[in-house]
Design a protein around this ligand. Structure first.
Ligand SMILES: Nc1ncnc2c1ncn2[C@@H]1O[C@H](COP(=O)(O)OP(=O)(O)OP(=O)(O)O)[C@@H](O)[C@H]1O
Ligand SMILES: [Mg+2]
Length: 276
């Protein structure tokens, strides 16, 4: 389970109202694409889901529990750039989360625990298509490879919720299409609920189960600071896409491709639908 319930959330920075009265329920295993004009608060909203920012008013619940006041392993994140650490190798980047959670201060694993974590990291690196690059540094990778690495880095912690802030926005169209296929496969094969900010409508409709638009209802210059953005459109994709289930209408496009071995031992792993 990984249901998000956002209730009457407002976010203000000083006198500026960025988001007003945002309510949204995201079903477990949904893939929500957030779209909206630049500056309307999409990244701010994502940072609140991550726990980096707190709502000024309102509540955010993950599986019925108030979100902890700081980022945690149940929420993974990939930004457009700079999600990975430049001074660590590919393997080091993927291992980092495990090392930090084992020992917050030393960031080291030992013995069998270390060997197991390395095996898992290598498997994940292969699954995102980076086999052979384990010893390279991010500066030695292309943009597409860096984003694949960022995905592997987030996935090793098996997050309940994966938050993506324009993760593929800087990639060439060809590379972007490849990484879309990967993203879709990861979504089908894991138990994650995904919330992705994008400027690309095509990307939104290619990947998501639901497309949510944020907009300011009043947008004259003198009104900008006094009125925040809120949800103005909420479109469920038709025919419906279900995590882990091939689409009746286009099985090749929407179905799980191969087993990634990423499934959690979660008894509630049956495909779940999308709530409107
Ligand atoms: N930490 C902060 N302090 C003050 N104002 C902020 C802060 N973070 C964001 N803002 C303001 O909140 C508004 C929304 O910013 P945000 O980055 O969430 O927009 P966005 O929708 O992600 O835009 P873009 O599509 O360009 O990435 C902006 O006016 C921004 O200046
Ligand atoms: Mg943004």
């Amino acid at each position: 389970m990984s249901e998000l319930v956002i209730e009457k959330v407002w976010k203000e920075y000083g006198d500026q109202i960025v988001l007003e009265d945002v309510s949204l329920t995201v079903a477990s295993r949904a893939f929500v694409a957030l779209v909206g004009p630049s500056g309307c608060g999409k990244s701010t909203f994502l940072r609140m889901l991550l726990g980096q920012e707190r709502p000024t008013r309102g509540t955010i619940l993950l599986d019925g529990q108030a979100l902890p006041q700081e980022p945690g392993p149940d929420r993974g994140v990939v930004f457009q750039r700079y999600s990975v650490f430049p001074h660590l190798t590919v393997l080091g980047n993927v291992l980092l989360g495990r090392e930090l959670s084992a020992s917050r201060y030393k960031a080291k694993l030992f013995g069998t625990a270390r060997r197991n974590a390395i095996d898992e990291a290598r498997r994940l690196i292969a699954e995102v298509g980076l086999s052979g690059a384990e010893g390279k540094y991010p500066a030695q990778l292309s943009g597409g490879m860096q984003q694949r690495l960022a995905l592997a880095q987030a996935l090793i912690m098996k997050p309940k919720v994966l938050l993506l802030d324009e993760p593929f926005g800087a990639l060439d169209p060809g590379i972007r299409a490849e990484i879309h296929t990967l993203m879709k496969r990861l979504w089908h094969e894991t138990q994650m609920t995904v919330v992705m900010v994008t400027h690309d409508m095509r990307e939104a409709f290619t990947l998501a189960t639901r497309v949510v638009a944020f907009e300011r209802k009043r947008d004259r210059p003198e009104e900008k600071e006094r009125y925040g953005a809120t949800i103005t459109k909420d479109i469920s994709i038709w025919p419906p896409r279900l995590a882990g289930a091939p689409s009746v209408f286009s099985p090749d496009r929407d179905g799980p491709v191969i087993s990634l071995g990423l499934r959690r031992d979660d008894p509630a792993s049956s495909p779940s639908g999308e709530k409107p």
